[in-house]
Design a binder for this molecule. Sequence first.
Ligand code: COI
Length: 368
Amino acid sequence: MTTPTIELKPSAHPLPAAEREKILASPGFGRHFTDHMVTIRWTEGRGWHDAQLVPYAPLSIDPANMTLHYAQTIFEGLKAYRRPDGSVATFRPEANAQRFQRSARRLGMPELPVETFLAACDALVEQDKGWVPAHGGEESLYLRPFMFAAEVGLGVKPANEYLFLVIASPAGAYFPGGVKPVSIWLSEDRVRAVPGGMGDAKTGGNYAASLLAQAEAAEKGCDQVAYLDAVEHKWVEELGGMNLYFVYGNGGKDGRPKIVTPTLTGSLLAGVTRDSLLTVARDLGYEAEEARVSIDQWQADTENGTLTEVFACGTAAVITPVGTVKRAGAEWQQSGGEPGEVTMKLRETLLNIQRGTSEDTHGWMHPL
Ligand code: COI
């Protein structure tokens, strides 16, 4: 399968630089979008075609578009960072491209070749480079590749046409408080994804499934919901939109820190940040492992003092400490409600690689 050449049709009216700079000074998360987007169409019998970089604009959707009815849609999230010399690089885009293919397979959609995914992200970042925030702060340019069924009709079947897009949004902290610890509501009855269902696919439906429990978390005064497995309602899976890590401050060999993240069971997202942290932690001399963690163990290990920190991680969330945790009949604090030392060390180490201030020893950065 050959990668279609992306035809460049740039905007004649990009946002004036002064207005763009105003947005970049305080971008928030997912509120502003750059001047362009990439679109590539797939049609049965023809494959990928009509690859274009065009001005960012609304799409015209037929009311009978099959995605609106049957939710055949997948997405990714990755970031581009400004480096000290002013150049720009994205973080592990191949990992996102490969996960996008896995999600496509699960949803019965065509697989976008990895090189086409990379070319589309590169073309957009190259064109909208001025939207990548300055080096040194928390900000970056968040890329959102996604694909949905473009066939019009009401029959339930895999569509015969799809549209792949990449849009970009300058991003500050996902949570308004930045690295201030977030509070978690442990949902013990509602589940997010089920093994054998859409499982670990990064599809809108899995996020839609999380929204009611997220609203319940907000009613309990919490920022995020944590899910348990769908079968035994016992094993910790992930938050509504990010993975979890548990820090045992002296849990490793010779009293070194040990970090533990829930094993990939097929129903929790194989996060790129989650995966990277297993390596970053080992680089720092910590132990890092994937294991099943039960909700009762989470509470008991906090109470007996061995579980010293908990944090959330994801492309959007980076690494965000967890403070208050609530479940029916109990409430506790992780690391006294303050960001933990191991959490902040991992955060700084990963961000330094991403921002280009530490050596990229694992070949994770993809320079433009
Ligand atoms: C990401 O971290 O990129 C995600 O896809 C999570 C989303 C809820 C913002």
